[in-house]
Design a protein around this ligand. Structure first.
Ligand code: HPA
Length: 292
């Protein structure tokens, strides 16, 4: 059954658009979701000289979006404009997760409100456990594809329509191009130019919040998966359904549980490892935005 998008979503899209109007900026050319530690280490000195900071929109001001609760995830959108070209980059600092008690569709609203407001290009980043012993901590895996191992799908439920009566996407979306190869290659180029080591692979999304057992990690590694984490797959499915162009990567902050027996995993190990690469990641995203 088709159904009009919930009122809270439509109002959130209006508030988001009004923010852009009030600050005299256009629709962001790129919306990048910054995973654990990447965004929370961000400081204004990292904004390149050709860009200016425009302002911040808090998830709390959008009725459809729940405030973020995970450590290292403040839950804000930060907008930047390139002075010369007027291009706009939106950095989403923090995201929502299923383990916070939200449904898959609710977690994806932090990217769907910008999508419904008109943004086409999305970069989804995450901190993740590496499943290949030869990939170093601090290196990057470009997400060529994903496995949704959460057992849930954000598109479960009614097929939503926008106010013009069109459905947001098809009932049974094809995900063979959910991760855009060309966009991913552009992103990879900028990450390498920033000094990060990049690999290619498949991201496996789990529900969390417990880390995986060593037996699960061994299984995922045998399946050939590259990284494992607790986010991203629901956002990717929802955005692909809504016709967005999606690229993204995992920042490998640790080896999967049991692969590095000396290390006990906790969230702060992950935040610390993210901070080391964050500056280079941010530099790459601004350059990508300049060139796209
Ligand atoms: N597993 C799941 N999520 C994660 C990990 C991990 O090893 N590292 C960072 N996020």
């Amino acid at each position: 059954m088709n159904k009009l998008l919930p009122d809270a979503v439509l109002r959130s899209v209006e508030i988001y658009r009004a923010f852009l109007r009030d600050h005299s900026i256009g629709i962001p050319n790129i919306h990048a979701v910054l995973g654990s530690g990447i965004g929370s280490s961000f400081v204004d000195e990292w904004v390149p000289s050709g860009w200016e900071s425009i302002g911040t929109l808090d998830f709390k001001t959008l009725p459809a979006i729940t405030a973020a609760t995970a450590p290292g995830h403040p839950g804000i959108y930060r907008f930047f404009r390139e002075k010369k070209s007027q291009k706009v980059l939106c950095l989403q600092v923090g995201r929502l997760h299923g383990y916070e008690g939200l449904t898959p569709a609710e977690t994806a609203l932090s990217v769907m409100v910008p999508r419904l407001a008109g943004t086409e290009n999305f970069v989804l980043t995450n901190a993740a456990g590496g499943l290949k012993l030869e990939w170093e901590i601090g290196s990057i895996m470009m997400i060529r594809d994903h496995v949704n191992f959460t057992g849930q799908n954000p598109l479960t439920g009614p097929l939503y329509t926008t106010t013009d009566g069109k459905t947001v996407g098809p009932r049974f979306p094809d995900l063979s191009k959910a991760w855009d190869r060309e966009f991913n290659d552009q992103l990879r180029k900028e990450l390498s130019a920033s000094g990060l080591t990049t690999h290619d692979g498949v991201y496996l999304g789990v529900a969390g919040p417990s880390f995986e057992t060593p037996a699960e990690v061994r299984l995922f590694a045998q399946w050939g998966m590259g990284t494992v984490g607790m986010s991203t797959v629901w956002e990717a499915i929802t955005l692909a359904h809504a016709g967005a162009r999606v690229s993204g990567f995992s920042l490998i902050t640790n080896l999967g549980c049991g692969l590095n027996p000396g290390v006990v995993l906790d969230h702060f190990v992950i935040l610390e490892a993210s901070k080391v690469a964050a500056k280079k990641v941010i530099a790459a995203l601004f350059t990508l935005a300049e060139k796209s």
